[in-house]
Design a protein. Structure first.
Length: 367
């Protein structure tokens, strides 16, 4: 083949490749609160209302820290276990100015930063402090968008990832993640629909205290991922966000499965599970936890159907891994092709700027 023919062939092959569509600015979008927001130019100096939203950015951008003009210090101090992982990969995170703690915000700090976009979580924007911050920023000429990864997450997560991808001109990566997410949700829904018989009864214990009982998850948050499997939450009658229940209630319900949620380093509870945690250490703390009098007599504990899960799955787009964890552990006969470990491995390989490693879940009895 002549050089001219080779050149022509190369040209034709390149022409056949899909062309990445660039987002055109100014860009007008509608955020998760239904607010219409115009973004003048591609954002390069972002204010994050909660550090946990850095997880979403890290799934669609190779260097999410480089986008930050300022952020809330809640990921540093909330014991999520994520900060150390981001700091190891992106040391510049240490120098990002702190604008608040995720609940309150320093207006002086906001004024001192030359930001071109602010991103707030839905639970922040729906407070007096959040509304004041939005008004202040907009008056200063900084557009504000609201994202939602923790209410109706199975419906909202993929939509919000696509939204962020459009805002940040990262649509290809964001859409790929959203497609990945939606396919896995559909797989769980389809299998559950094909097996309509009731699943096991479950008690999901939030940040358990070994000395007293108990915060139970309701149908919201992580409770949503339990319900999609067809399993039955013994606290489903509580308010959506869950609430306190007595030891007598738990013992009387005598669930088939016990699941505790916790954070690394035993934050707020003797149990430790999550980013950077050694699996054996997590299992040891889980075994000690269920020795508590109000738990030891439960059928779930006697039969070894005991698990623990990272508490912050309900606030980040990694929540699909939690849904698969519930599917596989609660109804393994129904969800035979679901593997949360494989899903997390694929997220790390295809999307994550920072690998999500550690014991994000643990079983009392190793599988």
């Amino acid at each position: 083949m002549t050089k001219r023919a080779l050149a022509l062939l190369a040209f034709l092959l390149l022409a056949a490749l899909p062309v990445r569509a660039e987002v055109q600015y100014p860009l007008t979008v509608t955020d998760s609160f239904g607010r219409e927001v115009t973004i003048p130019a591609a954002p390069k100096a972002i204010l994050l209302g909660t550090g946990l939203d850095l997880v979403a950015l890290s799934l669609i951008h190779p260097d999410p820290v480089s986008l930050l003009a300022g952020w809330a210090g809640d990921m540093k101090g909330d014991k999520s276990g994520l900060y150390a992982r981001f700091k190891e990969k992106f040391p510049a995170i240490e120098k990002v100015p702190v604008i608040g703690d995720g609940i309150s915000v320093s207006f002086e700090a906001l004024l001192s930063l030359n930001a071109d976009l602010a991103i707030l979580a839905n639970w922040q924007a729906d407070t007096d402090a959040g509304r004041q911050a939005i008004g202040f920023l907009e008056q200063a000429g900084v557009p504000v968008i609201v994202v939602d990864f923790n209410s109706d997450a199975l419906e909202n997560t993929a939509r919000n990832m696509r939204f962020l991808g459009r805002v940040l001109n990262r649509e290809d990566q964001a859409n790929a993640f959203a497609d990945f997410y939606e396919a896995r949700v559909k797989r769980i829904r389809d299998a559950a629909a094909a097996h309509a018989e009731p699943g096991p009864t479950v008690f999901m214990d939030g940040l358990p205290n070994p000395d007293k009982c108990c915060f139970a998850f309701g149908t919201g948050g992580l409770g949503e991922f339990l319900a999609i499997t067809g399993s039955r939450n013994i606290a489903a009658a509580l308010p959506r966000q869950g609430g306190t229940v007595s030891a007598e209630f738990v013992i009387g319900a005598d669930p088939d499965v016990y699941i505790a949620t916790a954070l690394p380093d035993g934050a707020y509870t003797s149990l430790t599970v999550g980013p950077g945690v050694d699996p054996e250490r997590a299992r040891e703390t889980l075994a000690r936890l269920v020795e508590a009098p109000h738990l030891a007599s439960l059928r779930a504990v006697r039969e070894g159907r005991v698990h623990a899960l990272w508490n912050f799955f309900n606030a980040v787009p990694l929540n699909i891994v939690a849904a698969e964890f519930f599917a596989q552990r609660l109804r393994p006969d129904v969800f035979t092709d679901v593997d949360p470990a494989a899903t997390l491995k694929e997220i790390n390989a295809r999307f994550a700027a920072v690998p999500f490693d550690g014991a994000y879940w643990i079983d009392l009895k190793p599988n």
